[in-house]
Design a protein around this ligand. Structure first.
Ligand code: UDP
Ligand code: MG
Length: 321
């Protein structure tokens, strides 16, 4: 009987200063791998320019386990770049992306694999059903963000969506064909389409280390995602322009009528200053929005690579030879 070839699953793990979490993660993923029959696994660890011992941990793991590969960036390029690098180098028939801190439980993987294999889905994505352990302000702004972006953008974003997902090769290739520089993966996964099943789980605390997100970073991330997936803010200035024209016509009529009936209507210095400041402010605000889109376009036209590799497990092997 001909031997059936195992499917290969690539696991992509973006890591930035995760030296404390990696041993826990490795132990857990190996356990899951040993429980899954009929599949081979490759683990692609992406070091996003870490300043701690993350890279040496990778080197050690790659030496003792041939399933482990790694890519190390020349500096910190961000999680989006790390995920993209992983996707590019993944050879698997199926590809999963998960965090190193075990907030994306590897134990869900067998179920996710079963769903894409048997239920006809192209991908299985995950979302947090709760935001337990998160500051209430952050939860509030997250809710506002999801409401806003779903109103003004064509792609539908699922509140609480994580980057943890398993995709088949077809979908991975589609994601790779989107080569934009300003990457917002949660949007890109939705944008490429295909059938996705959503699983939810309760928020899990980090196993070790600290989160890389500050409130300010999250705020910028939200703004960038809006710019990447909606052009609605660009029409804000048209809206204000139209509104102010209308108001000024009403104002002109009021002034003329008042002058004709009562006379002497040229007063109101204070209100004039307020109006000038207000209109000037709105104009600057709209120019600012334009500037945001222009700067993104500028970066996009430069066609800079999304990441630069400093070292992979292959370099390490060559040195050892
Ligand atoms: N990460 C990365 N590059 C960065 C920031 C984060 O590769 O510039 C990785 C990080 O190591 C982790 C994942 O992205 O594996 C998620 O980061 P984190 O846990 O800080 O985010 P949170 O889970 O709090 O949203
Ligand atoms: Mg995390």
């Amino acid at each position: 009987m001909e031997e059936k070839k195992n499917n290969l699953i690539s696991i992509i793990v973006p890591c930035y200063n995760e030296q404390e979490a990696i041993p826990f993660f490795y132990k857990e993923i190996i356990k899951v791998a040993s429980e899954m029959t009929g599949v081979d696994m490759e683990i692609i660890l992406v070091d996003d320019g870490s300043a701690d011992g993350t890279l040496s941990a990778f080197r050690m793991l790659a030496e003792q386990d041939t399933r482990v590969r790694y890519i190390s960036f020349s500096r910190n390029f961000g999680k989006e770049a790390a995920m993209f690098a992983g996707l590019q180098s993944a050879k698997g028939d199926y590809v999963a992306i998960m965090d190193a801190d075990l907030q994306d439980p590897p134990s869900l993987l067998p179920e996710m694999y079963r769903i894409v294999k048997e239920e006809g889905y192209d991908s299985v994505a995950t979302r947090r059903s709760t935001r337990k352990g998160e500051p209430p302000v952050r939860t509030f702004f997250a809710n506002v963000f999801y409401k806003l972006i779903n109103k003004i953008s064509k792609v539908e974003l699922v509140p609480g969506a994580r980057d943890y997902r398993l995709m088949n090769r077809k979908m991975v290739d589609a994601v790779l064909s989107v080569t934009e520089y300003n990457r917002f993966s949660k949007g890109i996964f939705q944008w490429v389409g295909y059938k996705t099943k959503w699983l939810s789980y309760e928020n899990i605390e980090r196993v070790a280390g600290t989160t890389k997100w500050s409130f300010w970073k999250l705020f910028k991330y939200a703004l960038e995602s809006i710019i990447a997936f909606s052009t609605t803010p660009l029409s804000v200035s048209s809206f204000f322009g139209f509104l102010f024209c209308l108001l000024s016509v009403i104002g002109i009529i009021v002034v003329i009528v008042r002058q004709a009936i009562w006379g002497g209507s040229a007063y109101g210095w204070a209100s004039m200053v307020c109006i000038i400041l207000f209109v000037g402010g709105v104009q600057l605000f709209c120019i600012g929005i334009l500037g945001q889109y222009l700067s993104k376009t500028y970066l996009e036209t430069k066609k800079r690579p999304i990441y630069i590799v400093a070292e992979t497990e292959r370099d390490n092997k060559k040195e050892a030879d």
